[in-house]
Ligand binder design. Structure first.
Ligand code: ATP
Length: 336
């Protein structure tokens, strides 16, 4: 087994809509190693947060099938009290919006101390106070003695996110999930927070799942990337392979929709991720967004194929894929 921290096997998370359950995460299998950052990318509605919340045991009304093994213990089979104990201890999450993650009526220092009281009751009051200051220092908050007595609204967005991170790492989690941790922040602050998360990986040797729709963030941060579309992983590879040899039409479309140096036109992905109720459950889920590709290019029941060591891609349609813009351009230039 070696370095594996998290092993997700055939995870399906379904929500009840009317009389039926619909899978927002559909048969996802992946692993995360210790000391590794796994990026999860995909458009809004692709199931990234549903996956993160399933790992955190925060979907109390969803139907969860499959296994979520953290150090060989199955989170998916735990009782609420077991998972509550794990959460904030071995398992922690940094949410998108620091303001909603913090208690507006409680001093910063007390909010950090609260998680220490819960998960490290053996600490004396003096040790706890020292640890609060140490954590504020670790996340780069200047004048921690002063800041610990402040309330969330007295801090900037970037400082608040640092506090959220201090709470998340207070008990040295083995697994840290960051769900769009910089989306609510200014661009300059984003870079600082990402640097901080990267440093923390080294400091606490955590495995980190970084959820984002921003491929630039993934390129800078992740060791491996899983691309999600309509509840499924459509491609997974190490960071270099994914950026240098993307295969799935969705991955290629995402990469082509990001501005890069020397690129004169951006690709626009047609359509949107279908709503949960209207997701096609058979065939290639991306087919409707690349209608110019012949139906015969798609597999009937697309599976993940290992195309090279550690590089998996779903469906055979990638072998026949081209951008429709290229054809239009060729036609305009008289190339047949
Ligand atoms: N509690 C819920 N009940 C019903 N449907 C839900 C629930 N939570 C999420 N969904 C649906 O599941 C699908 C996946 O949502 P999810 O939030 O995981 O996507 P996402 O990729 O994280 O998007 P975003 O980047 O916007 O957060 C969407 O169609 C969403 O509407």
């Amino acid at each position: 087994m070696g370095n594996e921290l998290l092993e997700i096997k055939n995870l399906t998370t379904s929500f009840r809509i009317g009389d039926d359950y619909f899978a927002a995460v559909d048969d996802v299998t992946l692993t995360l190693n210790k000391n590794e950052i796994l990026g999860i990318v995909g458009e809004s509605g692709s199931g990234k947060s549903a996956l993160a919340f399933s790992i955190m045991g925060l979907h109390n009304r969803a139907k969860i099938e499959g296994n979520i093994l953290l150090n060989n213990q199955d989170i998916a089979k735990m009782s609420t009290s077991q998972i509550n104990k794990l959460r904030g201890d071995d398992l922690a999450m940094i949410f998108q919006d620091p303001l909603t993650a913090l208690n507006p009526l409680m001093e910063i220092g007390d909010q950090i101390a609260e998680t220490l009281i819960l998960h490290q009751p053996e600490l004396s009051q003096k040790q706890r106070k020292e640890r609060v200051l140490e954590l504020l220092n670790l996340v780069g908050i200047p004048r921690p003695e002063h800041v610990q007595q402040q309330f969330p609204h007295e801090l900037s967005g970037g400082m608040r996110q640092r506090v959220v991170i201090a709470i998340a790492i207070a008990n040295v989690p083995e697994l840290l999930i960051a769900d769009e941790p910089t989306t609510a922040l200014d661009v300059t602050i984003q870079a600082q927070i990402l640097d901080l998360i990267r440093e923390l990986k080294e400091d606490i040797h955590a495995g980190i799942i970084l959820i984002t729709h921003d491929l630039g963030v993934v390129a800078e941060m992740a060791d491996r990337v899983a691309v999600m579309y309509a509840g499924q992983i459509v491609e997974i590879a190490d960071i270099h392979t994914l950026f240098e040899n993307p295969l799935h039409p969705y991955t290629k479309s995402l990469l082509n929709s990001v501005p890069t140096e020397g690129q004169d036109k951006l690709h626009v992905i047609q359509g949107i991720v279908p709503s949960l109720k209207n997701l096609p459950r058979e065939g290639c889920r991306f087919a409707s967004r690349i209608p110019w590709i012949d139906q015969s290019a798609h597999e009937k029941n697309p599976i993940l194929h290992e195309v090279s060591s550690g590089h998996f891609v779903r469906c055979t349609c990638h072998e026949h894929f081209y951008f429709s813009d290229d054809i239009k351009e060729e036609q305009a230039n008289g190339v047949s």
